[in-house]
Design a protein around this ligand. Structure first.
Ligand code: TYD
Ligand code: MG
Length: 454
């Protein structure tokens, strides 16, 4: 058996013919590991032959291809459907990633027990024994009568069994313990993960099975991270949440069948993962008294508004180069906004340390947080608390202008629903009809926003 060697980067999946210390694609050091190619491509031939309905070498125009409405299979978990873009698509491959203990197995087990009522589903568990899974299902009061389960780590066996049983939904938990006989490296190594996943994905495409694979993300990246998988799969979901919080967020990073950056929110309880159907204010737990530097902003996550508290601390610096620290926000954006504040608001914080934090471990990528950031910095700088019933959103431009953001009306309405009575917003987002119980202060420039505070 002659097999070729290649070296693959654990982080980005780039491959090289020779080993080198640094991946020239993504610049990560020491991330290349050895992959044996010969055997896998041989086994690939057996299964190759195109996806369902394809004839080798046939060329068509796009309009000749018959389009059926893609049927979606509802998972029975509303937040999961939302993130998937409306449910599972037959023949698609989905990766559910997350740190160990995030709740991936729990979420999938809950989903499968729902689905097994109407569809045939097969759960391949490579990490837990069937007894453990059954015990968990019993403890969570799940309907377990129809779900088929198999403890197996050989991909060939999984495909053979699935070929016979023809499940509509196949879940493999997790890809890191799966292996292919012919690949000699250990389970969890890049070559095993890559080849196992590609064999499973091929199987899914050919048979129209929904394939869901679980992938662990480790902090040090010593296991083959799901990065190498991301090219193969149709949809990549990440289940995230810090261990000190019982909230878990499910985010899609890639989705060939729906929008990305949709956010699903769950709470981990003693009865498994519970959906948080109306998550707009869950991260909003303010104390009795609002302190200076704290402001609530309305950000837009996927298709929903989310109310989040932003805190700033501005303090005399003893360093030659004062600190600029952000948690949950873009660091460069802070430097930029401080420059705008100096130039157009006349407020100088060059000799101050500035710390900004989004409460609740939420990551805000939107520019609508700009105005909130500026106001919270000023509030802390002046040690003057902002009104507790105030919400803020808006983008700030380099010329000191406040620009409108998308979905202004919905943001305001959501804030009003949660009892906020005042809002400072861009002029472009001022509502045409007044919103009940809410005073909206439209602002054009940073200076106007500063005046609105006094
Ligand atoms: P699990 O689904 O096994 O995580 P993963 O498959 O992502 O590694 O979830 C494990 C964690 O969830 C564990 O720390 C305990 C917690 N948990 C609960 O708090 N309540 C529950 O009902 C269940 C099933 C798990
Ligand atoms: Mg697990």
């Amino acid at each position: 058996m002659s097999s070729k060697l290649a070296y693959v980067c654990n982080d980005c999946g780039a491959d090289y013919r020779k080993w080198q210390g640094q991946c020239t694609d993504c610049n990560t050091w020491n991330s290349l590991s050895e992959v044996r190619l010969g055997s896998a491509s041989r086994s690939g031939k057996v299964l190759r032959g195109g996806f369902a309905g394809a004839v080798d070498g046939e060329v068509k125009t796009l309009s000749e291809i018959a389009l059926e409405e893609i049927p979606r299979i509802g998972t029975g978990v509303g937040e999961l459907d939302l993130v998937l873009g409306g449910g599972l698509v037959p023949g698609s491959a989905i990766l559910v990633g997350g740190e160990p203990g995030a709740g991936k197995s729990t979420l999938l087990l809950q989903m499968l027990c729902n689905l097994a009522e109407t569809q045939s589903a097969l759960y391949v568990t490579g990490e837990e024994s069937p007894q453990q899974v059954a015990m968990r299902a019993r403890r969570l009061n799940l309907a377990a009568q129809k779900l088929q389960i198999m403890a197996e780590t050989s991909v060939e066996t999984v495909c053979a069994v699935a070929q016979k049983k023809r499940p509509k939904i196949l879940v493999v938990d997790s890809i890191q313990v799966m292996h292919i006989e012919e690949v000699t490296s250990a389970p969890g190594s890049v070559s095993q993960v890559r080849e196992s996943a590609s064999m499973l994905v091929r199987f899914a495409k050919q048979t129209g099975t929904v394939l869901i694979v679980v992938g662990h993300v480790t902090k040090d990246g010593s296991l083959a991270g799901p990065k190498v998988l991301e090219h193969m799969i149709d949809c990549s979901l990440m289940l995230e949440g810090s261990s000190d919080s019982h909230f878990r967020t499910l985010r899609s990073h890639k989705n060939r069948f729906g929008a990305v950056n949709e956010l699903g929110v769950f709470a981990m309880t003693d009865k498994g993962l519970k959906e948080v159907a109306n998550p707009s204010a869950i991260f909003l737990q303010r104390g009795e008294e609002v302190s200076s530097g704290s402001v609530v902003m309305v950000v837009w996550e996927g298709t929903r508004p989310l109310l989040v508290e932003l805190q700033a601390l501005v303090d005399d610096s003893h360093l030659g180069n004062p600190r600029r620290v952000t948690v949950g926000l873009d660091h460069n954006r802070l430097s930029m906004l401080l420059a705008v504040l100096h130039r157009h608001g006349g407020i100088m914080v060059g000799d101050q340390d500035v710390f900004v934090n989004v409460v609740g471990g939420v990551k805000v990528l939107e520019t609508s947080a700009d105005l909130a950031l500026i106001l919270s910095v000023i509030s802390s700088f002046r040690d003057a608390p902002l009104p507790e019933d105030l919400v803020v959103f808006g983008e700030v431009g380099l010329a000191g202008e406040i620009r409108p953001v998308a979905n202004g009306q919905e943001r305001l309405r959501e804030a009003a629903k949660h009892g906020f009575k005042r809002a400072i917003v861009p002029v472009g987002n001022a509502p045409k009809q007044s919103i009940q119980g809410m005073t909206v202060i439209p602002v054009r420039r940073v200076t106007e926003a500063l005046e609105a505070l006094s």
